[in-house]
Design a protein around this ligand. Structure first.
Ligand code: SF4
Length: 233
């Protein structure tokens, strides 16, 4: 193609792009003769595409230490409220969904007591593969998985509030120096999201007296969600 033809093509292409509706993106790995625009992916598609990319992930040691499958986040990508726990346990590893064991049942009860269902919120973990013997994820495992998946999930879902369940999730988002005992029940602004740390349901199973404390935290979340919603109206 001579320079004159090339320039003509460029002008045609720019005119073509200007006519496209908002939200369309150009797929630039196509040859010039078959230029196409593809619709921007919605949140569900973005999450699916993210998960597909990491379905066989071995980026951290947990990928090769006996996991059955990678357990991705689950729930509504349109939600304002996201829960983040530590990592999958045995039941989650078997069933391929987060929070489905005893702790998960308790989390479901908490969510339902808030007048919501699991499908109204988004539930995920810092690490997506079960640590051997359910040990706490090591800092390099948490940090690798957080950067590969959790932060991207958060960027896609864009919740208004994230409730971190337990110390691992709280430290993963807010930093190692923050202790759950110091921040529990307090909203902390992080990357334009309000993060409220509370106890992990597994801790509540061992310390049922703290269920009341967590319920007080959930009431704060409900009130804040209402406030944020009314500010939007
Ligand atoms: S825990 Fe996360 S980073 Fe590690 S192997 Fe599993 S998906 Fe990959």
């Amino acid at each position: 193609m001579n320079p004159e033809e090339l320039n003509k093509k460029r002008v045609q292409y720019i005119t073509f792009l200007k006519k496209q509706p908002k939200g369309f993106v150009y797929c630039d790995n196509e040859p010039a003769q078959t230029m196409q625009v593809k619709p921007a992916l919605n949140k569900t598609e973005q999450l699916k595409s993210l998960n597909c990319k990491y379905v066989d992930c071995t980026a951290c040691p947990l990928g090769t230490q006996g996991r059955t499958q990678v357990v991705f986040g689950k729930g509504s990508p349109q939600t304002s409220l996201m829960f983040v726990g530590e990592g999958p346990g045995r039941d989650e590893d078997t069933q391929g969904a987060p929070f489905v064991g005893r702790s998960g049942k308790l989390l479901t009860q908490i969510i339902e007591a808030m007048g919501l269902t699991r499908d109204d919120v988004y539930i995920s973990n810092v690490v997506k593969c079960r640590p051997p013997e359910n040990r706490t994820p090591l800092p390099n495992e948490s940090s690798t998985c957080k950067n590969l998946l959790l932060l991207k999930e958060i960027d896609i879902v864009k919740p208004k509030i994230i409730c971190t369940l337990g110390s691992t999730a709280t430290k993963a988002l807010l930093g190692d120096e923050l202790k759950i005992t110091a921040t529990r029940g307090m909203f902390v602004e992080w990357r334009n999201v309000l993060v409220l740390p509370t106890y992990h349901p597994a801790y509540l199973l061992r310390n049922p007296a703290e269920k009341r404390t967590v319920w007080e935290d959930m009431k704060k979340i409900m009130a804040k969600l209402e406030e944020l919603q009314s500010n939007e109206e």
